[in-house]
Design a binder for this molecule. Structure first.
Ligand code: NAG
Ligand code: NAG
Ligand code: NAG
Ligand code: NAG
Ligand code: NAG
Length: 612
């Protein structure tokens, strides 16, 4: 449908460039080959037929086939939605065989929305939509996790809206309205109701307000209002868009984007988050000064430079690479996860960000260098000055600058190429000192990120999402919320769940443990893992003292039900679990009752450290 007219022109320009510049040919052929590997790599991780993920349900995207160190054999709402956005764009660009994956995803997500989980239930208030991850068959995951995460509903809505717009343009408006809109409406309700509450960021570590989350939430509401109008339905929550946009402006500190605010985690706030957000809301039709914070926005360019200056001195493998040249890019400088390394998906995102900016300047036929963005441009075009550069002939400064930014983008892809194994597989990270791939193998998001980068480099741009129609932010920001309307998307296959009333039950148990031993509670209901120890609820030892060896967890259980439960010890050194020798019974009080607390003491054999 709305494949931009510029695409054809840019494509031919790209090919003639490829022929003219022999040095480029290697990178071009790498990208062509790797793009195909990456697309297949993503498909191999999607149920029910994905070659690397036996056991995954239809339409569920598994984060990675890796089951140990790290165990990523789950489906995350964020990773899934970003992957589907890529697949839907590929489908719209002409890869028609991808449609069955999209259809499977729609039905899987309609059901998933209704699954009760540790973030809450779907009804009455949508809380369960904030759950970050599920088992690969779409059942709940009970383990300790950074929850809720509020980007998932926005990203899922964006992916489904992209497909809905294609349906409308292809004579299937009623399908978009009756089957898909009900899923989108729940997600937009969630965004409109909870955007002004903190949650965990995309790296699942920081509870605060995340630039990436807020930026995608804003896009989802703007796009939602337009789609609702086209379908003749109401979007509950979309009225929040101007306030979300107002809040988005507050991440800029005068020098760079502080990726997580409303939190003090001791970090600078310089984070790959601030590259992934802009590329996710990229709109080829946007103006560069749009408050939606596009890749070509001066503040984003300034932020890009500060961020790269940080990573250049963070990783050994970047040693000696000068400013204005691509480097290996990771999450944030203070990162220690798996050793704190560069990530493939963020390194290619840096390239995508620059391709996006170039595309926007070319589409606007000008670029404006201001005092905010000057340092960014100086690195790649030293004679740049603060002024407007209008497009001109091949020797014009405009052409020279856009060529220089394109070459800068290519140099990030070349770094990714350098550290990609010969067979093209993309893990999550590569070692900061040696460049060797590590952490989860075949990470779906790494593959999706490679494909979207390759799309932009090839001049393939998704249709505008309507940045020019976004209502300007109010002069003064205010916290706000619109109460959502949540209805199971039954036409897409969701079960017609009814509102469940739950009561807070705090499990307190006295259990003397050695350092390294953990306590879980398990029982006969889904909330308590249905006797599957892998899905039992972890207790915390925050209140453990000499006087009282207290382990505790707060849970929500269905009002009025009687549950059987017991505690379990998880031993160190891969020793077997130790179960209590008796089953306990608890009757959850009636709907509306205050929280209750168990007062239990461990009954049964105890463990000993394996001394490993
Ligand atoms: C809520 O919005 C207000 C106004 O933009 C902002 O100051 C505040 O930090 C926001 N809080 C959260 C948790 O989003
Ligand atoms: C691809 O290469 C990597 C790195 O050498 C290796 O770990 C991985 O198993 C290979 N994958 C396949 C499918 O052969
Ligand atoms: C779902 O259940 C509600 C109330 O129980 C009912 O009003 C509604 O018609 C049902 N929807 C479908 C599609 O069966
Ligand atoms: C007691 O607990 C075990 C799990 O440890 C379970 O399999 C069994 O069914 C329970 N017994 C009763 C009577 O509920
Ligand atoms: C748990 O320990 C506390 C503090 O010693 C004590 O007051 C309480 O009775 C104990 N609970 C049980 C069930 O033994």
């Amino acid at each position: 449908m709305r494949l931009s007219v510029e695409v054809l022109g840019l494509l031919s320009c790209f090919f003639s460039l490829a022929v003219a510049a022999p040095g480029k040919r290697d990178l071009n052929s790498f990208i062509v080959a790797e793009r195909a590997i990456a697309l297949q790599g993503a498909l191999d991780n999607i149920g029910p037929d994905g070659a690397k993920v036996p056991g995954a349900g239809a339409g569920f995207v598994v984060a990675s086939p890796s089951k140990v160190n790290p165990d990523y054999f789950y489906t995350w709402s964020r990773d899934s939605a970003l992957t589907l956005k890529m697949l839907i764009d590929e489908f719209i660009f002409g890869n028609t065989k991808l449609q069955s994956y999209i259809e499977d995803y729609i039905h899987a997500q309609a059901k998933l929305q209704t699954v009760s989980n540790p973030s809450g239930t779907f009804l009455p208030a949508g809380l369960g939509l904030g759950e970050p991850k599920y088992q690969v068959d779409g059942t709940r995951f009970n383990g300790a996790w950074g929850r809720p995460q509020r980007d998932g509903p926005a990203l899922r809505a964006i992916a489904l809206m992209t497909y809905s717009n294609w349906l409308i343009d292809n004579g299937q408006k009623s399908k978009a309205k009756t089957i898909i809109w009900p899923i989108i409406a729940n997600d937009l309700s969630y965004v409109g109701q909870y955007w002004n509450q903190t949650g965990f960021d995309l790296w699942e570590e920081t509870q605060g307000s995340s630039f990436f989350t807020i930026q995608n939430q804003h896009r989802s509401l703007v796009e939602g209002a337009q789609l609702a109008k086209a379908l003749g339905v109401t979007c509950t929550g979309c009225d929040q868009a101007p306030e979300v946009l107002c809040f988005l402006q507050s991440f800029w500190n005068g020098e760079f984007i502080v990726s997580n605010i409303n939190v003090d985690n001791g970090r600078t706030g310089l984070d790959g988050n601030s590259i992934l957000g802009p590329i996710a809301v990229f709109d080829i039709d946007a103006y560069c000064d749009s408050p939606t914070m596009q890749p070509c926005h001066s503040k984003n360019l300034a932020n890009f430079k500060v961020l790269m200056d940080t990573f250049r001195v963070t990783y050994t493998i970047n040693n000696g690479i000068p400013e204005g040249q691509g480097i290996a890019v990771g999450r944030y400088a203070e990162d220690i996860y798996q050793g704190g390394n560069p990530w493939y998906l963020i390194t290619t995102a840096a390239a995508e960000f620059l391709y996006d900016a170039v595309a926007q300047w070319k589409a606007r036929h000008n670029l404006i260098v201001d005092s905010t963005s000057l340092a960014f441009f100086k690195d790649i075009y030293p004679s740049v000055t603060v002024r407007q550069y209008n497009s001109g002939n091949a020797n014009s400064p405009f052409a020279q600058i856009t060529n220089a930014v394109t070459a800068y983008a290519d140099s990030f892809v070349a770094v990714a190429e350098k550290y990609t194994p010969a067979n093209g597989s993309l893990a999550e990270q590569f070692n900061r000192d040696t460049g060797v791939a590590l952490s989860a193998n075949d990470l779906t998001w790494s593959y999706a990120a490679f494909v979207t980068m390759a799309q932009r480099r090839a001049g393939q741009y998704p249709a505008s999402w309507g940045t020019r129609n976004a209502v300007a932010p109010p002069a003064t920001c205010a916290g706000a919320s619109t109460t959502g309307v949540y209805v199971p998307a039954t036409a897409a296959g969701a079960p017609n769940v009814t509102s469940t009333c739950q009561v807070n039950v705090v499990f307190d148990v006295n259990a003397t443990t050695y350092f390294g031993e953990n306590i879980y509670v398990i029982g006969n209901t889904d909330d308590l893992g249905a006797w599957d120890v892998a899905n039992s609820l972890p207790l915390g030892a925050g209140g453990y003292t000499q006087e009282r060896p207290l382990w505790s967890v707060s849970a929500y259980l269905n009002a009025g039900e009687t549950v059987d439960y017991k505690y379990v010890r998880q031993e160190d050194c891969n020793q077997p679990y130790i179960y209590e020798s008796e089953n306990r019974t608890l009757t959850v009080p009636a709907c509306g009752s205050a929280a209750i607390t168990t007062n239990d003491a461990w009954v049964g054999p105890v463990g000993t450290s394996g001394g490993c």
